[in-house]
Design a protein around this ligand. Structure first.
Ligand SMILES: [Ca+2]
Ligand SMILES: [Ca+2]
Ligand SMILES: [Ca+2]
Length: 289
């Protein structure tokens, strides 16, 4: 496994708190040193640049003890990005496995919009950028590259932010800001995945009703029953649906204006499989004599 932060051509950061908290401290292999921004809060970022493309599969982050980074946003040299579905909290270290390998000449780590409170002098003890997966590829597709919603109640953020739909906690939920039957939540990936099931659990107050699922090719599948608020309702796609997105909307029924989702679990597979490292896929005519 190569640690790609060891082969950067340069790094940049939003700011440095002082000479004792420089950006180089974020990749010096020491948990005793930290990069901290100078009061950048949710606007903090650090960027790694390479002279030639590298392929990133995982980013391992160790947070500072004093400030909360929250949900990391990984932005690549072509301006595409992938958000971490789990927030990095005080003193935590988390491996973020990208759903698909990404070839890039830069990686900017910032804080995703609508992230939990992120403190003031946000930064990292350590950043490790890996070209191999240490986390076994999973059939859990609950965390996409982008999780988007029609709106959030209250609109400034707070207890009903989108991430509440995928935090494994039935004590909270994502709620829309008065979208009623127009409410939607969407999972989106930078490359195709194959989705087999989506399990949904409804809020106990405003009720979603029966869902419709819309995929990136504009095809749809309708759920056969309303989403339960007492447990998960499982909707199955057979055969598995290959897509880069799935949007859940209201087909019929339900009640209330701030419709949302308490919890969601998606299963399937990452497809197509990543080609072996270094394999060149070219026009077939080049293979013929
Ligand atoms: Ca390192
Ligand atoms: Ca360090
Ligand atoms: Ca929840």
């Amino acid at each position: 496994m190569a640690h790609l932060e060891d082969s950067v051509s340069s790094t940049t950061a939003s700011s440095e708190f002082s000479g004792s908290y420089v950006k180089e401290n974020a990749y010096d292999d020491s948990l005793a040193t930290e990069w901290a921004s100078a009061g950048d809060g949710a606007s903090a970022w650090i960027q790694f640049n390479w002279a030639a493309p590298v392929t990133i599969r995982e980013v391992y982050l160790t947070n500072r003890v004093g400030d909360v980074w929250g949900h990391p946003r990984f932005t690549f040299s072509d301006a595409t990005y992938s958000d971490g579905g789990v927030p990095l909290l005080q003193g935590q270290d988390i491996v973020y496995a990208l759903p698909h390998p990404v070839a890039t000449t830069s990686l900017r780590i910032s804080i995703a919009p609508d992230s939990p409170t992120s403190g003031t002098n946000t930064g990292f003890k350590e950043v490790e950028i890996r070209d191999t997966y240490t986390v076994t590829p999973s059939t859990d597709l609950t965390y996409p590259d982008h999780l988007d919603v029609s709106s959030t109640y209250p609109p400034s953020g707070g207890d009903y932010r989108r991430w509440r739909a995928v935090d494994g906690n039935i004590a909270n939920a994502w709620a829309s800001n008065g979208d009623g039957t127009g409410a939607w939540i969407q999972w989106e990936w930078l490359s195709s995945i194959s989705i087999e099931t989506i399990q949904l659990r409804d809020r106990a107050t405003d009720r979603w009703g029966t869902p419709r699922f819309t995929f990136s090719d504009a095809s749809t599948q309708d759920g056969g029953e309303a989403i339960s608020d007492a447990g998960y309702t499982t909707y199955t796609f057979s055969p598995a649906k290959t897509t880069t997105s799935i949007r859940v909307t209201v087909l019929s029924g339900g009640s209330g204006s701030n419709r949302g989702i308490m919890e969601a679990i998606l299963t399937g597979n990452v497809t197509p499989p990543a080609p072996p490292e270094g394999r060149i896929l070219g026009p077939a005519v080049q293979m013929m004599g």
